[in-house]
Each structure stands twice: as structure tokens, then as C-alpha cells.
Design a protein around this ligand. Structure first.
Ligand code: WTA
Length: 634
């Protein structure tokens, strides 16, 4: 495989070369992909003007590189092995040729609905094959996909559909989720009451449940796909044409629609996948993420297909029919490369080891983790019980904003170190800065993690709000991209990510902004004001805890927790529910009226000695009252 890094020395050479001449490095790699028209300029723009562009003047289509290119060379190679929620249900297999045909059918259906280049199409589906083919169909015709995770509420879906002004929404009647079903169509109907931009809803008949179809708006996707042509010419996309929008939470305000573009993202997803996972031709990859998150975009929908690899796509959950399902799936498909999140590892680690041991895991060669810092116990268990100490672990650090993996070891090529993401990918220059914005040059070091130069896979903007993009990522440390994460660097230059340093909490690997949750809670008629913080949680990594001022000072915290969680489920989705609620008469505030969440975090973790100087608070006396409220609640 051209330019795959295959030794530590080669990594060093490539890394050094890539930083010396980033344009030459990326130009060489870009040559190995298919283009309708070659680019004029490899890269232009910078972080100060925030006008970064890659491969300007070039034209390509990501599906040509992910599908047609492989259909030419190996049409009958398996692309997708789809495993349904029910282990006894019908599996589905798609060769590269079949996958291309399905994508083309879907692309023609979208065209028939009037979807044109640049239009936004929103997907609110479970992990059915049509989610994958639908996303790729958008890319085929130049429409912009915006996938909303099927666990979000009607309100959250509506917010995203409205923000990106989607023309079409695609959903299924219901989703299977373990022993439950989720009413995706019903939730979509509820959400779309508020969405004027939506012209049609395509609904996949999946569970067969009776659902309400709105005359003149809703159509059965299955029927349309069946009669659609399997041929569809790929749209010639300019390198910087948008490919997708994906919403993610930040420390303030509503979720942001990060926008990724065509050529740079394509190269980033493809090259990182190739170097980090090191797959052989006959290997089988499985990423257990949902396409509703960035991991499912870059490392299910795009990365593996761009490399012509075979992968498992899984509809179900790790605990159904029992907590051995992941390991059974690995055995069933002889998975060699498995990529999951620390929260899943911790949850399965807590189960009977017999569930692991009953499966034959000898096919495994490489293990990956993503989404949150992995604790040493989980890393060790993953290494020993799943990898049987023979599989390198790639701890991959990255973000929705970065488009693909930024810091990770390369499986079997560079060293895996427990709990360290380790080394940057070629052309990535991480820097640690102190709180005054000064770069820390020496090793070992600890600071806020920034990235120094533009890279091809970076998000180009927040859809409809470039100024917010600047403010959020480029204003804290001018000239640098600020990740929102803290990190340590050891004497050899390996990075260990310590977690978010802003008001973003990582619950089971899912990003939730505390401000978003507070906004939801504050809408409750019995709450005056609230402050939400993240607290450590054994399985989820972090959980949410809310400090709340009720209108009725005799309110009971258990009842408040229940009521507030119902509201959060409605406004955002069950993933943002609080684990604990503490009733307080006031919140600690600065003199300018800002809530001091830092003080609340210290109280919650019982680090009372390091509360710092609280005398500058507007209401210093409240600290003891809150400490007491915490004590009497526990
Ligand atoms: C966290 C997920 C430690 C981090 C791909 C980041 C990690 C946020 C790791 C992005 C890792 C992701 N080690 N922390 N290997 N990977 N994170 O946008 O806090 O859903 O900022 O992207 O997850 O979450 P997002």
C-alpha cells in the first residue's frame, strides 16, 4: 500500500518530512487518489484569517475513491458484513460492487426528491445498512449529509434540522435497540412540526410497525429504492465543497454544526485509517460506534472503504442478548481489528469473565479505543483478556472538529503505552500551552493542548456561524487551534490526554455541554437556576451532577431529579440525564455574576483543601451551605 508507514524509523522520517514541507508531503499522498481534475494549490490560508483550504482547484468525489476505485480492482471483495440486533436475525453482506449499486439507487431516489448539490439531507436512523448507503449517496450527488444520533430527542432533532435547513429527512419506522424498540418515525413526526425546510421524509420499513405517514410528505424508502436505477454518475466536487455537517456540543450555547469538506477530509480519513490500523487484505475490521457520531463517519462510512477493507457493521448493543455479544460478534466474523470506546470496555469488564471466555477471540490482531481517556484498569483488562497480550492497542485521540485521528500509536509499528495516545500523526504539530498562552517547550510537560498548523481533515467552519468557529477554537490562543483538552507530554514526547478543560463533559464517550443541560433544566417551572458539572463515574467515565435552586425551598431532591430528568430527556435525550441533584439556596458566583463551577467541582470531589480563595465570590458564605447540602444528601 502506497506510503503506508511500516516501521518506527519510517514514522520518524515521514513525520520530520511532513513538518518540513507539509505541501510536498500531502501532494505526494493526494496523487494516490482519483481526481477528476488535479488541484492547483495544495494548501492556502491560515488560522489567523481562518480561511484554510486544501487542494484548491481540484475536483474529486469521495465515493469514487471509496467505491468505484475498488470495484474496478476487486468488485467481489466484501465491503460490509451487517450484523442485526437479533443474533438469530438475517445478516446481510455487500460486496464493493453491490454497495456501489445500493449507493447509486439511493442517490437516484434523493435526486428524484429534488435533492441537488449543496442541499442538506438529515438522517435520523439506527445502524441499518441504509444509513451507510444514504450517507454515501449524498456524497455521490454532492448533497451534504447531517446525521443525528438516534438517541436524541424530537427537540434536539428539530434544532439540528432547522439549523441546517434540511430538505429531506431519512428515518426508519422504528429502531431495534436490544430488547427494546425506539419510535424513530414518531419522534421525527414530532420534530418536524417545527421544521419548514423539509419537503419530504423517506421512511425505511424496518421493524414493520405501523407508523403515521403524512400524505404528500412521507414516502416508503424501500419501495423507492427497489425501483431506482443502480447507476448514477458521481458529481464532480470541488475540493472545498462541503461533504457533511455534524453537530457536537461545546461549552456554551446550542450544539454547533461542524462542517467538513471533500478532499482534505477524504485524505485525512483514509491516511489515518491506513497508518493506524495497519490492515492486511484479508483482515476484518469492526468499529462498534454509531454513524451518528464522528467516529462512525470517519472510521465506518469513509476510512475503511477508502482503503478497500472489509468491515462489520453492527445494529445492536453490547448487552443484548447478553453482555458477551461483542465477543460473539468478533468470533462470528473472525474480526481482526476491533475499535471501541473505554466506556464499553469498562461496562463489559464488570461482567462475568465467562462471557469473554466462551468466545474464540484468536482472530484479533489490533485493538483500538476512542472517545475519552482510558483508565489503566480498563486498558490492562482490554490488553490481557481481549487481546491476550498479543494485540497492540491504539489509543486514538481526536475530535469531531479534527475530522480524524490526530494522536495515536500505529498498530505494531510504534509503541503502545498504557493510557497514552502517544505520538502525533504526520503533519500534526501538537503544542502544550500554559494558562497564559505560553508554549511549553520542555519535556515532561503538562498544559492545554493546541495544534499548530492547519491539517487537511480539520473542520472548516461552524455551519452558518464562522465567527463562532473563530471564537470557540481560535481566540483563546491566537494563531493556534485550541482543542479544549488538557494533556501531559512525557520525556520522549508521548502525549497523554487528561480530559476536557472546559465545560464539556464526556459521558460514555459522548460530548455534552453543561450549558446545554442547564438551559434545559432552567426551563423547568420549579427551578430558578442551576449549575451542572461532570463528576467521575466508574463505567461512564463522567456523569452529570446538578446543583439546583428550586422555586419551593422545601422541595425534595429525589423528586426534583426525576422531574428534571424527564425534561432533559425531552429537550436533549436520555444521554444527558443527571445522576445526582443537590438542592441549594444559591450558587457560588463571581462579582460579575458568573457561576463558579470550579468551586462546585471541588466541593463535589471533596477536595475542600484546594477550594482556592473563595473570598472574592459575591456570596462566599454559600460555600459552606453547599458543602453541608452535599453531606446531608449522601
Ligand atoms: C475526548 C470523538 C482521551 C476528548 C472522536 C476530545 C479522548 C473529545 C480520546 C472529542 C482519547 C477522544 N483519549 N480523550 N483517545 N478521544 N477524547 O468530538 O476530550 O465526540 O476533546 O470525538 O473526546 O469528542 P468527539
Amino acid at each position: 500500500m502506497k506510503y503506508r508507514i511500516e516501521s518506527k524509523a519510517q514514522y520518524q522520517t515521514f513525520y520530520n518530512n511532513s513538518l518540513e514541507d507539509r505541501e510536498a508531503y500531502w501532494s505526494e499522498r493526494a496523487e494516490t487518489y482519483e481526481w477528476f481534475k488535479k488541484w492547483d494549490k495544495v494548501q492556502s490560508g491560515n488560522f489567523n484569517e481562518l480561511n484554510v483550504k486544501w487542494f484548491e482547484g481540484g475536483q474529486t468525489n469521495i465515493t469514487v475513491n471509496a467505491l468505484d476505485r475498488h470495484v474496478k480492482n476487486h468488485p467481489n471483495k466484501t465491503a460490509i458484513l451487517w450484523e442485526p440486533n437479533d443474533p438469530n436475525g438475517e445478516t446481510k453482506t455487500f460486496t464493493y460492487k453491490e454497495l456501489l449499486e445500493e449507493v447509486n439507487r439511493f442517490a437516484n431516489v434523493l435526486k428524484d426528491q429534488g435533492v441537488q448539490k449543496g442541499d442538506r439531507v438529515c438522517f435520523y436512523m439506527s445502524m441499518v445498512p441504509e444509513l451507510l448507503t444514504g450517507v454515501l449517496a449524498c456524497a455521490r450527488i454532492g448533497a451534504v449529509h447531517s446525521v443525528v444520533f438516534g438517541g436524541f430527542s424530537a427537540k434536539a432533532l428539530a434544532g439540528r434540522v432547522i439549523d441546517c435547513e434540511a430538505k429531506v429527512v431519512v428515518t426508519n419506522d422504528q429502531a431495534y435497540r436490544g430488547s427494546k424498540t425506539i419510535e424513530l418515525k414518531e419522534i421525527t413526526n414530532e420534530a418536524l412540526k417545527e421544521c419548514a425546510s423539509v419537503k419530504s421524509v423517506l421512511c425505511l420499513r424496518h421493524t414493520g410497525a405501523k407508523v403515521e405517514m403524512i400524505e404528500g410528505r412521507d414516502l416508503w424508502l424501500n419501495d423507492l429504492l427497489r425501483s431506482a436505477s443502480t447507476e448514477c454518475d458521481p458529481e464532480k466536487m470541488n475540493s472545498e465543497d462541503p461533504l457533511f455537517i455534524l453537530y457536537t456540543s461545546g461549552s456554551t450555547g446550542k450544539p454547533k454544526g461542524l462542517q467538513h469538506t471533500t478532499a482534505g477530509y477524504m485524505l485525512w480519513a483514509a491516511e489515518t485509517f491506513k497508518n493506524i490500523f495497519q490492515m492486511g487484505d484479508d483482515d476484518i475490521y469492526w468499529c462498534s460506534a454509531d454513524i451518528g457520531w464522528i467516529t462512525g463517519h470517519s472510521y465506518i462510512a469513509y476510512g475503511p472503504l477508502l482503503n478497500g477493507n472489509t468491515q462489520v457493521m453492527f445494529e445492536g448493543i453490547p448487552t443484548y442478548p447478553d453482555s458477551g455479544r461483542f465477543w460473539d460478534v468478533i468470533e462470528k466474523y473472525k474480526v481482526s481489528h476491533f475499535y471501541t470506546a473505554p466506556t464499553a470496555i469498562r461496562a463489559l469488564q464488570a461482567c462475568d469473565i465467562e462471557l469473554v471466555n466462551r468466545a474464540d477471540l484468536s482472530s484479533l490482531k489490533v485493538l483500538g479505543t476512542v472517545g475519552e481517556p482510558i483508565n489503566v484498569e480498563a486498558w490492562t483488562w482490554y490488553n490481557e483478556e481481549i487481546g491476550k497480550k498479543k494485540c497492540p492497542i491504539v489509543d486514538t485521540w481526536w475530535q469531531t472538529e479534527t475530522g480524524g485521528i490526530m494522536i495515536s500509536s500505529l498498530a505494531g509499528v510504534t509503541e503502545s503505552i498504557p493510557c497514552f495516545a502517544t505520538l502525533p500523526q504526520p503533519a500534526i504539530k501538537p503544542v502544550l500551552v500554559d494558562t497564559d498562552g505560553r508554549e511549553i517547550q520542555s519535556n515532561p510537560a503538562e498544559g492545554n493542548l493546541c495544534i499548530e498548523f492547519p491539517w487537511p481533515g480539520m473542520a472548516r467552519t461552524i455551519y452558518g456561524d464562522h465567527e463562532r468557529y473563530r471564537q470557540t477554537y481560535f481566540s483563546t490562543y491566537p494563531g493556534k487551534y485550541f482543542t479544549g483538552d488538557g494533556a501531559k507530554r512525557d520525556a520522549d514526547g508521548n502525549y497523554r490526554i487528561t480530559g476536557r478543560v472546559d465545560d464539556v463533559v464526556n459521558i460514555s464517550g459522548h460530548r455534552i455541554g453543561t450549558a446545554e443541560v442547564e438551559d434545559a433544566i432552567d426551563e423547568h417551572e420549579s427551578i430558578v437556576e442551576s449549575a451542572v458539572i461532570g463528576i467521575p463515574h466508574e463505567i461512564k467515565g463522567e456523569a452529570l451532577m446538578g446543583f439546583m435552586i428550586p422555586t419551593n425551598k422545601d422541595a425534595n431532591s429525589k423528586e426534583i431529579l426525576k422531574k428534571v430528568n424527564e425534561l432533559i430527556t425531552e429537550e436533549i435525550g436520555p444521554i444527558a440525564k443527571l445522576d445526582r441533584a443537590i438542592i441549594v439556596p444559591e450558587l457560588p458566583k463571581t462579582r460579575s455574576g458568573k457561576i463558579m463551577r470550579r468551586v462546585l467541582r471541588k466541593i463535589a470531589s471533596n477536595e475542600l483543601d484546594s477550594l482556592g480563595d473563595t473570598s472574592t465570590l459575591l456570596n462566599p458564605e454559600i460555600v459552606d451551605v453547599i458543602i453541608e447540602a452535599m453531606r446531608s444528601e449522601s
